[in-house]
Design a protein around this ligand. Structure first.
Ligand SMILES: [Mn+2]
Length: 313
């Protein structure tokens, strides 16, 4: 079974179909999609993407984790947020079965983990949408994620109370936001959704120096682009952000394990180089970020950085 990790789709249904066609052409039915979250928003086909992915999940052919845009749709459904000017969730919210989609997304895992194929050390991995705390072991990450998932899967009123809380007084909510929105981290471990001023401030820079015994596959950071480093695969290459001068594409990572690509003994499964990436070019321009049409208020964004804000990522 070939595992295929897939970056942020964000409603780019045509590109996802192209990727699935390619996988079917190469592997028949013998592949599994592992999607890093943000299935919806900004692109034109959120509902199509949800239908396709859920169908695969229910057949045991796909896994996905919750992203910030997915979570924002859940919050809108719970009455905790309003549609923003760039949001394209309308197809989901207007579907006759909208409530069913909102419930399905709310119950999506926050973390998936597993072992890569093959032998030897370093096969364990975690898949989250955005970031993990640099001090967390895989066991701690799992236990924190399971606690948050339980609170999201609680009766709707309880889930709404959780999501409308204050992350400064609810560590589970702070962890949730770190996992779906984090990009930077301080030496003390406090996270931010903003890109770091210096490369050393990236969450994964801090995480890397702890020489963890598991790898992390993530998305969420289109501006950073494809990130390939020992123990790390960042797969958001901004398919939905395709625009003149900035190529957007949907990226998949196909971890390989055969004689030609096997890493040196003891090197671990996330060592380099070991791999294959597939890139599906965006079929067209989907949207222009408001930041780039001069309509952004940076100071307000920074002030709101610890809450869900406008979810402008
Ligand atoms: Mn995201």
């Amino acid at each position: 079974m070939q595992r295929i990790f897939v970056g942020d789709v964000q409603g780019c249904a045509d590109e996802l179909e192209e990727l699935i066609d390619r996988a079917a052409g190469e592997f028949g039915d013998d592949f599994e999609l592992w999607l890093v979250g943000d299935l919806v928003n900004r692109g034109p086909g959120s509902l199509r993407v949800l239908r396709r992915v859920r169908e695969l999940v229910e057949r045991g052919r796909a896994r996905c984790v919750l992203g910030n845009h997915d979570l924002q749709l859940v919050r809108i459904g719970l009455g905790l947020a309003e549609l923003g000017p760039d949001d394209t969730y309308g197809d989901v919210l207007e579907a006759p079965e909208a409530q069913d989609w909102l419930d399905w997304l709310r119950k999506c895992p926050l973390l998936e983990s597993g072992l890569l194929e093959g032998e030897g050390p370093g096969r364990a991995f975690a898949m989250v949408h955005a970031s993990v705390h640099p001090d967390w072991s895989l066991e701690e990450l799992e236990s924190r994620a399971r606690r948050i998932e339980a609170r999201l899967r609680a009766p709707e009123a309880d889930a709404a109370a959780f999501l409308s809380g204050d992350p400064r007084s609810d560590p589970d909510l702070d962890d949730l936001l770190r996992m779906v929105r984090g990009r930077s981290v301080t030496a003390e471990g406090a996270w931010s959704s903003h890109p770091p001023a210096e490369p050393e401030g990236a969450w994964h820079a801090h995480w890397s120096v702890r020489s963890r015994d598991y790898g992390v596959v993530y998305g969420h950071w289109a501006r950073q682009g494809l990130h390939v480093a020992p123990g790390l695969r960042g797969l958001d290459t901004g398919c939905v952000h395709h625009q003149p001068g900035r190529e957007g594409r949907l990226t998949a990572w196909l971890p390989g394990w055969d004689g030609a690509r096997a890493p040196a003994p003891g090197a671990g499964r996330f060592s380099l180089p070991d791999e294959r990436f597939w890139h599906v070019l965006a079929h067209r321009i989907y949207y222009t970020p408001r930041a780039e049409v001069g309509a952004i208020d940076i100071s307000r964004q920074i002030e709101k950085k610890r809450d869900f804000g406008g979810n402008s990522d």
